[in-house]
Write a protein that binds this ligand. Structure first.
Ligand code: AHM
Ligand code: MG
Length: 334
């Protein structure tokens, strides 16, 4: 069996819907294009000192950009030009871009929320970073976007995905019918299907949390972390602790090997640190589609009614059984 590129995979999916106009296919192509451009730039990030620092001119006389600004620019550019979107919102911007009011390109029905380069504080150390995206269809049919469009639950996402720029670059996405992973083959410049129907193991051996926040955690979370360290053959405890500090990388490891990631509320971040619209919702959708689970501790992430673009939420996500165990602790100790 030969390789199957992302484009071939999407076309095959689309062929199952004879009335589909290919709009969604265009959208994913735009995301894949931007991801390849970011991949190229991330891979030469270590050369920044040779090529010139941010804000300074490089040897070609071009101004250097910070990588997250670069990624943001290329995702917006690709998504606006493709002409299938009506709204774009990025972690990098205070306000979303309502394209129904201001685009010189055709305007479509998709709303895209994204974090162009998550974990960008890790770039200098050559640690994996990622892009996360979340796609909705507007509910209203035309005219300006309304509250009804913005208040859609995570459960109403039509697709979500992430790109991990790691030892290889991978794009993982779901359209609500399972989760598939594609690895970039740089020699041909194509994402190729490498992880069809990705399933997150129902349990794992690692927990992932910034434990320096321990004193700020609730009793329930503290008790759970003690549980992780106890000896028990049947559940493979003590679990190993793995924390990269790059959400996409920590999440992706758990997707492949099983495990749990927690960013609960802390004194410093009473609502949690991570953002609902472009970090937690898309990963929650992918996790559920791969057989995993995502919760605030009290309710599924995908059932949170969004109130503002940059709102935060506690996040507990990963293998089904492990997330359920945290929910048990929260129920027991709250
Ligand atoms: P960022 O969007 O500013 O990059 O912050 C998000 C990152 C996540 O990738 C990661 O899971 C988390 O922040 C780590 O936070 P902390 O350093 O508090 O553990
Ligand atoms: Mg982020």
């Amino acid at each position: 069996m030969g390789i199957q590129t992302l484009e071939q995979f999407i076309s095959k999916q689309q062929a199952q819907f004879p009335n589909a106009k290919g709009e969604f296919t265009h959208l994913l192509q735009a995301i894949s294009l931007a991801a390849k451009i970011v991949h190229r730039e991330v891979n030469k990030a270590g050369l920044a000192d040779i090529l010139g620092k941010q804000g300074k001119q490089n040897v070609q006389g071009e101004e250097q950009q910070k990588l997250d600004v670069f990624a943001d620019h290329h995702f917006i550019d690709a998504l606006e030009k493709v002409g299938e979107c009506c709204y774009l919102a990025s972690e990098e911007h205070e306000d979303g871009l309502d394209l129904t009011k201001q685009s010189i390109y055709p305007v479509g029905k998709y709303m895209v929320y994204f974090d162009p380069l998550d974990g960008s504080s890790n770039i200098d150390a050559n640690v994996s970073i990622g892009t996360i995206f979340s796609i909705y269809k507007r509910v209203t049919t035309d005219g300006p976007l309304t509250l009804e469009d913005f208040e859609q639950l995570g459960r109403q996402q039509v697709a979500a995905g992430y790109v991990i720029y790691g030892s290889s670059t991978m794009l993982v996405y779901t359209t609500g019918k399972g989760t598939n992973g594609f690895t970039l083959d740089p020699s041909i410049g194509e994402f190729c299907l490498s992880h069809p129907n990705l399933r997150i193991p129902s349990s794992g051996k690692t927990y992932s949390v910034n434990e320096s926040n321990y004193n700020q955690f609730s009793t329930a979370i503290k008790q759970y972390l003690q549980y992780c360290k106890e000896q028990d053959k049947e559940t493979s405890r003590p679990y190993s602790s793995r924390y990269i500090g790059s959400l996409v990388a920590d999440f992706h490891r758990n997707m492949i090997q099983g495990g749990i990631f927690l960013y609960p509320d802390t004194l410093a971040y009473p609502d949690g640190k991570l953002r609902l619209m472009y970090e937690c919702n898309p990963l929650a959708f992918i996790a559920e589609q791969a057989g995993g689970r995502a919760t605030t501790g009290l309710m599924p992430i995908l059932d949170i009614r969004p109130q503002e673009l940059h709102q935060r939420t506690p996040l507990i996500i990963g293998s089904d059984k492990m997330v359920k165990m945290v929910e048990w602790f929260i129920h027991e100790y709250s």
